[in-house]
Design a protein. Structure first.
Length: 369
């Protein structure tokens, strides 16, 4: 199953202040600007194995880190900048961003502080892939890398809260987790419905519909945690934060393994072995049985627990173990950050410490490749 990664990083100067990447975007064709200035995105090509993905991702990241160092800049693997004013995170000049701000409303500004990881899996048995990634959603707690927003600790996993619950609260079909589906046709019908609602909301807010149609199509007008992409084509999992490279690769490998089992053996939702709190382990134990997924209501409840409490929640840990993960093998970076309010100076120090951690982890991982 060909697999690729997209990982977003904040860019800071040697004082820890957010800054534009500028010529870092020219280091490789696999580096893209993001919709806010002090962020860039690394994109791997589709890789046939985890070894190939690991080598390409680490090599690309090392190339950008070295170029950043030459320019007195650093890459920061934090889900939020911890503390920043809107003036410190300006939008790039992009018509689509301006339209989203008009359509979604003031809460769209919360999306500007979110840096994440996107895992792309080659489409195969698409319904099983979609439903398995939906069930896996709370696994974002494994690589949670920030609990702060505007200097204040808000919830254990700040990014999924800000992106889903705050930014897209008024447009839930555009940014929140969708239920399981029985067919690709059902997914596409839901996609069309979400697009139509978004288009109508745009009309109500005075957006010229010809301008809207030029900017958005159904596949590009949803930013849900799980979605289908026409490129490659892939099923995309967008739930996790940006994180240290070793954590990103570990999670990618674990998720890919689970999805490949579901792809090979099929899935069943809410089967007799699935308890109300998440059920028994959904692995087919080598006998070719389908992967058992918990009811969607359970996924929603555990996702809420993960946003509020992360891996501190026994229910979240139990749920993830039953999905085949080992929570004890992960140490979310947010656990290393201060619990209380952060001053501007302290936030800058935390960014630089995270950049140090990234570079140290990168060196360790590359030595093993």
């Amino acid at each position: 199953m060909n697999t690729s990664l997209e990982v977003e990083y904040w860019v800071v100067d040697d004082d820890g202040d957010l800054t534009a990447p500028d010529t870092l975007l020219d280091v490789s064709e696999q580096i893209d600007p993001e919709f806010v200035e002090p962020m860039l995105e690394l994109k791997t090509t589709p890789c046939a194995s985890m070894d190939e993905l690991r080598e390409e991702f680490l090599g690309l990241l090392a190339e950008v880190v070295d170029a950043a160092r030459d320019q007195d800049k650093r890459l920061v693997p934090l889900a939020t900048p911890l503390r920043a004013t809107p003036a410190e995170i300006p939008y790039r000049d992009k018509r689509g961003t301006d339209l989203q701000r008009r359509i979604v409303g003031p809460t769209f500004d919360d999306a500007r502080v979110c840096a994440g990881t996107h895992l792309h899996l080659e489409q195969s048995n698409v319904v099983d892939q979609l439903n398995t990634l939906t069930a896996i959603d709370p696994a974002f707690a494994l690589v949670n890398s920030a609990s702060h927003y505007r200097g204040e600790p808000i919830l254990e996993c700040a990014r999924p809260y800000l992106y889903r619950r705050s930014c897209y609260d008024t447009c839930p079909e555009q940014g929140q987790l969708w239920p399981y589906v029985d067919s690709v046709a059902e997914w596409e019908a839901r996609l069309e419905s979400a697009y139509d609602c978004f288009r109508e909301r745009a009309r109500e807010r005075g957006v010229d519909l010809e301008t809207f149609d030029d900017e958005f199509d159904p596949y590009d007008a949803v930013w849900t945690p799980v979605r289908l992409r026409t490129a490659m084509p892939t099923v995309e999992w967008r739930s996790p934060d940006t994180a240290l490279p070793g954590q990103v690769l570990q999670l990618a490998e674990d998720v890919r393994s689970t999805v490949m089992r579901a792809d090979a053996n099929g899935t069943s939702v809410g089967g007799p072995t699935v308890a109300a709190d998440g059920g028994t382990a959904p692995t087919p134990d080598g006998r070719g049985g389908p992967v058992s997924l918990p009811p969607f209501e359970t996924v929603e409840h555990v996702t809420d627990a993960a946003i509020h409490d992360g891996l501190e929640s026994p229910r979240v840990r139990r749920y993830l173990r039953r999905l085949g993960f080992s929570p004890s093998a992960y140490r979310p970076y947010a656990d290393r950050l201060p619990d209380g309010r952060l001053s501007k100076r302290h936030a800058k120090q935390c960014r630089l410490q995270a950049a140090d951690r990234l570079e140290a982890d990168l060196g360790t991982r590359r030595a093993r490749v």
